[in-house]
Write a protein that binds this ligand. Structure first.
Ligand SMILES: Cc1ncc(COP(=O)(O)O)c(C=O)c1O
Length: 414
């Protein structure tokens, strides 16, 4: 086998340079561990950025995909498959949706949000009348919803938006967690057109695992109710057990107990197999899409559905939601108990967590951890994100905390 550096030399000759130089070249994984082509072992506390809920090579998942691949890998959406129907039923049950709710499948987080934004547009057309401007969609500062043009238009970070302007019109930003700011935006409806939807994450993952707050979520719900707008929660990173509940909106401490009009999901839903989707709550919002208004060749593909069903089956049979909650508490208590002067605080829910650093050296800290056999990442200059597989054990959590305890205080600043 070639070495990492030989592979990386070739990588750069054939791939577009959108991801920079990869950190390592990975070869295989098992449970929460992964090995690179040079044979070095890592404890993976990033899980493919909150994707590999079941870790690597989980038996239930591997067998389900292999069985399905041998039977039927893909049909078009001219046809349905049993797995796709079963998965939709399960997701509606897990999201505790009311009568008339529906699922639309796609292949990634950004696509799920594209679907949600198109839904918001259809809803907005019904709200706007000839006397007013077209309906607006509100997104939050620091929010991340993806990189395709629609989702990018609702994504805040100027560094990833600016080069692609003009983005799609009618999406505007309000200050995250600032109730007055979003009230102001709604109050301008007479002058500036109605608001068709608010799209938000309850924990802004890419911004550094920042919760918007239960009170704020309640405020958004009330404004949406008062003005007839849809509340769309992006659960791409928080969904499928990651925060210690099937979906973050089901945690009172994150959502204030509200029910959204729609949620989007992806990442952990297939535990490594690409799948995403949109769930609409109740009849009205579920009837906005009609035949031809949206679609995708791979949407609800039988292999993806098998991966989704296996993921849910393993989460349920192994009590992984409960494990996410317990291991999350262990992680936050463990980090808080360390006397590492580099660590200012720790925050998160379930297994979506961040360590806030006393210095802006997160990139070097991530590199240091990698050298010491622990995979984490740096969503911002002073924040490290820890999102291990939901199967992580008590021992593995202690092992990660031990590695982090010896992280040096002085590292190169970003
Ligand atoms: C909250 C949120 N929404 C959307 C996305 C985009 O998902 P994808 O990369 O699958 O397109 C991400 C990815 O990090 C995310 O965290």
């Amino acid at each position: 086998m070639k070495t990492s550096s030989e592979f990386l030399g070739e990588y750069q000759n054939v791939h577009m340079n959108v991801f920079g130089t990869p950190l390592r070249v990975m070869e295989h994984g098992e449970g929460c561990r992964i090995w690179d082509v040079d044979g070095k072992e890592y404890l993976d506390f990033l899980a493919g950025i909150a994707v590999n809920a079941l870790g690597y090579a989980h038996k239930t998942w591997t067998e389900a995909i292999s069985r399905q691949a041998a039977k039927l890998a893909h049909v078009s959406n001219y046809f349905a498959t049993p797995g796709q129907i079963e998965l939709a039923c399960k997701l509606l049950r897990l999201a505790e949706t009311p009568e008339g709710s529906r699922v639309y499948f796609c292949n990634s987080g950004t696509e799920a949000n594209e679907a949600a934004l198109k839904l918001a547009r259809l809803h907005g057309h019904a709200l706007a009348n000839k006397k007013t401007e077209p309906a607006r969609i509100i997104a939050l500062t620091h929010g991340f919803h993806g990189r395709t043009l629609g989702s990018l238009s609702a994504t805040w970070k100027p560094a990833i938006r600016n080069a692609f302007e003009p983005l799609i019109p009618g999406i505007e930003f309000v200050e995250a967690s600032d109730e007055d700011d979003i009230k102001r935006a709604f109050d301008e409806s007479d002058k500036r057109g109605p608001v068709s939807a608010v799209i938000l994450e309850l924990i802004q993952g890419e911004a550094g695992v920042l919760p918007v707050g239960a009170e704020y979520s309640r405020c958004v719900r009330k404004l949406c109710d008062d003005f007839g707008a849809l509340m769309i929660i992006d659960e791409v990173q928080t969904g499928i057990g990651r925060t210690g509940a099937w979906f973050a909106f089901q945690r009172e401490d994150l959502s204030g107990g509200i029910t959204p009009d729609a949620i989007t999901f992806a990442k952990g839903a297939g535990s490594g197999f690409p799948i995403g989707g949109l769930i609409t709550f109740g009849n009205k919002v579920s009837s906005l899409f009609t035949p031809g208004s949206h679609g995708s060749t791979f949407a609800g593909n039988p292999l993806a559905a098998a991966a989704g069903l296996a993921t849910i089956e393993a989460i349920e049979s192994e009590n992984l939601i409960d494990n996410a909650e317990k291991r999350g508490i262990q992680l936050r208590e463990g980090i808080s108990g360390l006397s590492n002067p580099l660590f200012e605080s720790v925050r998160g829910q379930g297994l979506l967590n961040a360590i806030v650093l006393t210095k802006p050296c997160a990139h070097a800290a991530m590199q240091w951890a990698l050298e010491h056999g622990l995979i984490i990442n740096a969503p911002s200059p002073d924040v490290l994100r820890l999102a291990p597989p939901l199967i992580v054990s008590e021992e593995e959590m202690n092992e990660a905390i031990k590695i982090l305890s010896s992280m040096p205080e002085y590292l190169e600043q970003d």
